[in-house]
Design a binder for this molecule. Structure first.
Ligand code: SAM
Length: 318
């Protein structure tokens, strides 16, 4: 697609941000910006240029605050500009430019590797992010928001134990420090079958109550840290789980039903900490997200590992 008609960057403000949408969720990011009345100056399939923001939008995979438009005249000029940055570089491939391939050979880059899961992560690079806007301008951000370059949160997967790939959502939450668990914590995992989350949790906490109408995979169910119930999660009595400190839910249900479930557990149990997947059948329901957002000490993120769903996290003081 040709976006050159939008390239009136002379009309862009001096300060602007760049957003990279999650793959296939450009429209959700655009809708979110529209609902938030964010001024957008440019959009392509690969990124959006907008006014300065205070927080990362849910549907942005990466957020480059205070991105700079840096004019270059020749290839060697562009190389000089990039080499003058003090940190390692991360290139975002926004237009498959041959020039970019040449420039990348001249600068020091963060190695592109899958994440090795550890809690907390040992990854500690400082880097700048850049891309090519057109034949005269680079876009450079000194401090992109995502911990791992471009929010590309791909892990070295464990293909032996977990029965499905759902555990990667929890790995992302734990490794990136969205929550912190104590070895003495006790977790309830609702909608837990076949057991990816239950397995990941059982490695971090003292006990997991694992609840699903369907059974756990036998590879998981034998663990002494796991107590499994084949039951309807909506019919549990919170009073029977007095020692639990965290509630996790990956149940397939409507956002409204999940909201009711969360309200029940917040009012009828001492649990203060929650991680719940809010799943959408169609487009993102921003109205229900507003309701979740109103719950104290909570936030909504879209994980790299989330598909058409978002994750609601509440970490309170126990
Ligand atoms: C996306 S899967 C969960 C995957 C799981 N987190 C894992 O890591 O393996 C959704 C689960 O919700 C369960 N579910 C749907 N309705 C439920 C209900 N009323 N009570 C308990 N589980 C339910 C389904 O049986 C299904 O196993």
């Amino acid at each position: 697609m040709d976006y050159s008609h939008q390239l009136h960057h002379k009309k862009w403000p001096l300060n602007f941000d760049l957003l990279i949408p999650f793959l296939k969720f450009n429209q959700e990011l655009e809708r979110e910006l529209l609902l938030n009345q964010t001024k957008v100056y440019f959009k392509s399939e690969k990124f959006i240029i907008c006014e300065n923001l205070n927080t990362k939008p849910i549907w942005a995979q990466d957020w480059w605050p205070n991105t700079r438009l840096v004019n270059y005249s020749t290839k060697s000029d562009a190389a000089r500009l990039l080499k003058s940055q003090k940190n390692l570089g991360v290139y975002y491939n926004s237009n498959s430019s041959a020039l970019a391939a040449n420039l990348r050979k001249e600068i020091r880059e963060v190695p592109t590797k899958r994440i090795q899961y550890s809690v907390p992560t040992k990854f500690n690079f400082k880097f700048f992010a850049w891309t090519i806007l057109d034949q005269e301008n680079l876009l450079i951000c000194d401090q992109p928001h995502s911990r791992f370059p471009l929010g590309w949160n791909e892990f070295n997967e464990d293909k032996s134990i977990p029965p499905n790939r759902a555990y990667l959502k929890l790995w992302e939450i734990l490794c990136l420090g969205y929550i912190s668990l104590n070895p003495s914590d006790i977790a309830i995992d609702l909608g837990s079958s076949p057991g990816g989350w239950t397995w990941a949790l059982s490695e971090q906490v003292a006990k997991v109550y694992s609840v699903d109408k369907a059974p756990l995979d036998p590879k998981i169910s034998g663990s002494p840290a796991i107590v499994s119930y084949e039951e309807d999660a909506f019919k549990l009595d919170p009073k029977n789980f007095k020692d639990a400190t965290w509630l996790f839910s990956d149940i397939i249900c409507t956002p409204e039903r999940l909201y009711q479930l969360v309200q029940t557990w917040m009012s009828q149990s001492p649990i203060k900490n929650f991680v719940c997947t809010i799943k959408f059948k169609g487009p993102c329901d921003f109205e229900i997200l507003k309701k979740f957002n109103l719950i104290e000490n909570s936030k909504i993120i879209h994980l790299y590992q989330n598909k058409n769903e978002v994750t609601w996290i509440k970490q309170g003081i126990q």
